[in-house]
Write a protein that binds this ligand. Structure first.
Ligand code: NAD
Ligand code: LMR
Length: 328
């Protein structure tokens, strides 16, 4: 039997946690032959701890053969101890009429503390995915608060946006979602993100040529993907949960097990390419293999794309300036 992988999940009793944990324990994230130990963090308040206990009872009642152990705690240093993977979900979600950046200062404190705890006790190669909003800037805060861990291991979730864009594109071009390759979502997980289908193909054929509609791109595709989170909140009265959990599974599975040559979008610290200053956590196309991601380099950036990529960068820079005082 393989050595179990320690997976820490924060906000484990929340909406996303409830849609996530059972799939991790059943092997959908790390493979059907990979045992996992779940290390679950919730707030130190009775209601949250009671809800966490209930979720752990249900996990137990599933008798998952791959679930090799479970810890429930209100202490980040217990939850992150020797963690190989950390899913940072726990944070306040936005409600109707809010933007994700309205959560910035309230949620930022969580990520300074959790970055420091990861720095102290996690595996030296822990792979971190930040889901809690605003995800890019929270990932940046956690990365900066964990100076002894590899910066490249701090990532933000843009996979939900990538998946949303895949579905919109498949509908518009009347092709199967699974046939689409080479799609990108650049930048921030916010309405300024830039879903870019210039290189996308289905069964090798260009979708840009097939759709050939600049108006649809600028006035339907890009805004619809960017504002999908708000549309879900409007419809459900709550922010997306099952689709967010699904995207987190996709992100970590591809990172650890490989994307088989396919481009996927990850929010990762910039290496300076594409004119994005080093260190900014920015959505880019990557190919993953052997637990590492590699940027897709050298793509042409036309004037429309440059403007869109700079707009989402400007927002990230503004968010970064807004939390600078927390990072010393
Ligand atoms: P939720 O309110 O249902 O659950 C959040 C849970 O986190 C709660 O149980 C809460 O007690 C817990 N929590 C809060 N602070 C914590 C802390 N410091 N340590 C540990 N646990 C803590 O919210 P949700 O719907 O599960 O969403 C969680 C976050 O994910 C929100 O910020 C939401 O905006 C974000 N989100 C991101 C994406 C994305 O694509 N990046 C998608 C959907 C939701
Ligand atoms: C989403 O995109 O669904 C999440 O980020 C939740 C939100 O606030 O939109």
């Amino acid at each position: 039997m393989k050595t179990p992988v320690r997976v820490a999940v924060t906000g484990a009793a929340g909406q996303i946690g409830y849609a996530l944990l059972f799939r991790i324990a059943s092997g959908e994230m790390l493979g059907k032959d990979q045992p996992v130990i779940l290390q679950l963090l919730e707030l130190p308040i009775d209601k949250a701890q009671a809800a966490l206990k209930g979720v752990m009872m249900e996990l137990e009642d599933c008798a998952f053969p791959l679930l090799a152990g479970m810890v429930g705690t209100d202490d980040p240093e217990v939850a992150f101890k020797d963690a190989d993977v950390a899913l940072l979900v726990g944070a306040r979600p936005r409600g109707p009429g809010m933007e994700r950046k309205d959560l910035l200062l309230e949620n930022a404190k969580i990520f300074t503390a959790q970055g420091a705890a990861l720095n102290k006790v996690a595996s030296r190669n822990v792979k971190v995915l930040v889901v809690g909003n605003p995800a890019n800037t929270n990932a940046y805060i956690a990365m900066k608060s964990a100076p002894d861990l590899p910066a490249r291991n701090f990532t933000a979730m843009l996979r939900l946006d990538h998946n949303r864009a895949l579905s919109q594109l498949a509908n518009q071009a009347n092709v199967a979602v699974g046939d689409i390759e080479n799609l990108i979502v650049w930048g921030n997980h916010s309405p300024t993100m830039y879903p870019d289908y210039r290189f996308a193909t289905a069964k090798g054929k260009s979708l840009k040529d097939a759709i050939n509609d600049a108006d649809w791109n600028a006035n339907t595709f890009i805004p619809q993907v960017g504002k999908r989170g708000a549309a879900i909140i409007e419809a459900r009265g709550l922010s997306s949960a099952a689709s967010a959990a699904n995207a987190a599974i996709d992100h970590v599975r591809d990172w650890l097990l490989g994307s088989n040559g396919k481009w996927v979008t990850m929010g990762v610290p910039s290496d300076g390419s594409y004119g994005i200053p080093e260190g900014v956590i920015y959505g880019v196309p990557v190919i993953t293999a052997n637990g590492e991601y590699t940027r897709v380099e050298g793509l042409a950036v036309d004037d429309f794309s440059r403007a869109a990529m700079d707009k989402t960068l400007a927002e990230l820079e503004e968010e970064r300036a807004g939390v600078a005082h927390l990072l010393g």
